[in-house]
Design a protein around this ligand. Structure first.
Ligand SMILES: *Cc1c(COP(=O)(O)O)cnc(C)c1O
Length: 493
């Protein structure tokens, strides 16, 4: 073997520069022209497989510049673009471009943010990011926490901490079947699917979930909540936690957090808030009333990759007393030599959650928070909400549209042909209209069932969307609605 490695995966300085500059040029053009591209190319799996070709694992290497330039075109031309100003589907935001630069930088240094000694500055940046996120949503900066891959993981991380805190202490050693079959958890029936996965994952089982009815405003009915808890206690169950949703997936409604918090105190239950979508709106002073009670939460899940415009993936768990995370996740195997400094304790993130080796996802969140600051976010989020209201009002005024709901930045509406009010037909019609819109490439909306109406749903967490886009979306819905109705009414007759 020669003195130096014949390493072939390294890219030399000059070549890295050349490839990198070209890539940055291409990305700049892509971002700059994103509004002129189709939202989605609407290609099926087999079409895409043909483009990729079905060759086997490459035996020999291919030049990096060729790979990067080919792949750039592949992604630009065959992706759904959630950064397009008319992408308003589900809850996926447009991504702040500084996040792309942050990911490049983070991957270049590649700290392992599992242990402080392996990621000295990155660990401190993550800690600061978490403190800033707590300040952002208006809870005490003494909340601690951890960044995770998204809302599901953020909720899971909090869920297991709640189980550790409120279930019998022996559960960690004995497991769940021996002592805790009767643990119960409470949430509204609008709660996101993560709750079922959590109940399965952490051994409680889905029967432990008490799906509480919502009231006429779609919030959890706190009277039924309290009655159910009392009844369970009487029947020998062991309630451990209540989940309040701050911005439900379908309609954006925020539960009465303050009332839930009072109930949790009365019955000594863990109070968790799923704020994956909506909690960043707490940055707007005018909306503080919606989030009253948030400061009492034992844990909060939020999702920087939703309304903080971070590129995927970034979720965050905040816990009022972070010791609960350590109680749940910490262990000290003999093969870790992570504490040196006697005077100062370094925070090792592997002790705060599920992951061991961890990437530096904090960087993109940390940088976007600084790029525009609290005041910039307050404006962006307010504008998203304002645009959502404009969409609602335009639908309200239009004779062929029905405005159904508007909360935070989610509006639901449906197309109603003049003189037609058969709900079954309208549901079928709107489902067809949505399919047409989702494949057309002009606009991307999703769906919601609200008061038994199949609705088109627009969730605006998109800093590129403008008033003009909203007006054009109305026109597109009307145009497609008429076409689909014409066709559907003929097939039915
Ligand atoms: C999006 C969402 C989730 C899931 O978050 P992911 O980042 O998709 O894992 C959970 N709860 C609510 C309320 C959400 O909006």
């Amino acid at each position: 073997m020669s003195e130096t490695r014949e390493s072939s995966i390294e890219i030399g300085k000059e070549e890295f520069r050349k490839i990198g500059y070209k890539l940055i040029d291409d990305i700049s053009d892509f971002i700059d022209s994103i509004d002129k591209r189709p939202v989605t190319p609407n290609e099926g799996p087999s079409q895409l497989q043909n483009i990729l070709g079905n060759s086997s694992l490459p035996e020999n290497g291919i030049a990096s510049n060729e790979l990067i330039s080919k792949t750039t075109n592949l992604l630009f031309n065959h992706s759904l673009l959630n950064g397009h100003p008319k992408f308003l589907g589900y809850i996926t935001s447009s991504a702040a471009p500084i996040g792309a630069l942050a990911d490049l930088l983070a991957a270049s240094v590649n700290p392992n943010v599992g242990a402080h000694i392996l990621s000295p500055i990155a660990s401190e940046i993550e800690k600061q990011t978490i403190k800033w996120l707590a300040e952002f949503i208006g809870v005490s900066p003494n909340y601690g926490g951890i960044l995770v891959s998204g809302g599901n993981m953020a909720n899971f991380t909090a869920f297991l901490a709640a189980r550790t805190a409120k279930a019998p202490k022996s559960i960690k050693e004995n497991g769940i079947s021996n002592n805790s079959d009767k643990l119960t958890i409470y949430c509204s029936k609008t709660t996101h699917t993560w709750i079922e996965k959590a109940a399965i994952l952490f051994g409680l089982g889905t029967k432990s979930i008490r799906w509480i009815q919502t009231d006429t405003t779609n919030r959890i009915d706190t009277t039924i909540l309290e009655t159910t808890i009392k009844q369970d206690l009487k029947n020998g169950y062991k309630p451990i936690m209540v989940i309040g949703t701050a911005g439900d997936v379908s309609t954006g409604v925020v539960d009465d957090l303050s009332h839930i918090s009072t109930i949790c105190k009365t019955y000594d239950l863990w109070f968790h808030i799923d704020g994956a979508y909506g909690v960043p709106a707490a940055v707007i002073p005018k909306l503080n009333y919606l989030f009253e009670g948030i400061k009492e939460a034992d844990s909060i899940a939020l999702d920087p990759h939703k309304w903080l415009y971070s590129p995927l993936e970034a979720g965050c768990t905040l816990v009022k007393n972070p010791q609960h995370l350590i109680d749940t996740y910490s262990s000290h195997p003999e093969y870790y030599n992570f504490s040196h400094n006697e005077e100062e304790i370094a925070q090792n993130f592997y002790e705060y959650g599920f992951q061991n080796s961890r990437g530096f996802r904090a960087l993109k969140v940390w940088l976007t928070l600084q790029q525009i600051g609290r005041s910039g976010y307050e404006k962006l989020i307010s504008e998203d909400i304002q645009l959502s209201k404009i969409l609602y009002h335009l639908a309200e005024k239009h004779p062929e549209l029905e405005a159904v709901s508007q909360n935070l930045s989610i509006t639901t509406l449906r197309y109603i042909p003049l003189d037609i009010n058969n709900n079954d037909y309208l549901n079928k019609l709107n489902e067809n209209v949505l399919n047409k819109l989702q494949t057309g490439g002009e606009v991307f909306l999703s769906n919601a069932i609200v008061f038994e109406k199949y609705c088109l749903r627009a969730c605006i967490v998109n800093f590129r969307t403008s008033k003009k886009d909203i007006e054009e979306i109305i026109e597109i819905i009307i145009r497609e609605g008429r076409k689909v109705h014409l066709k559907l009414s003929q097939t039915i007759e």
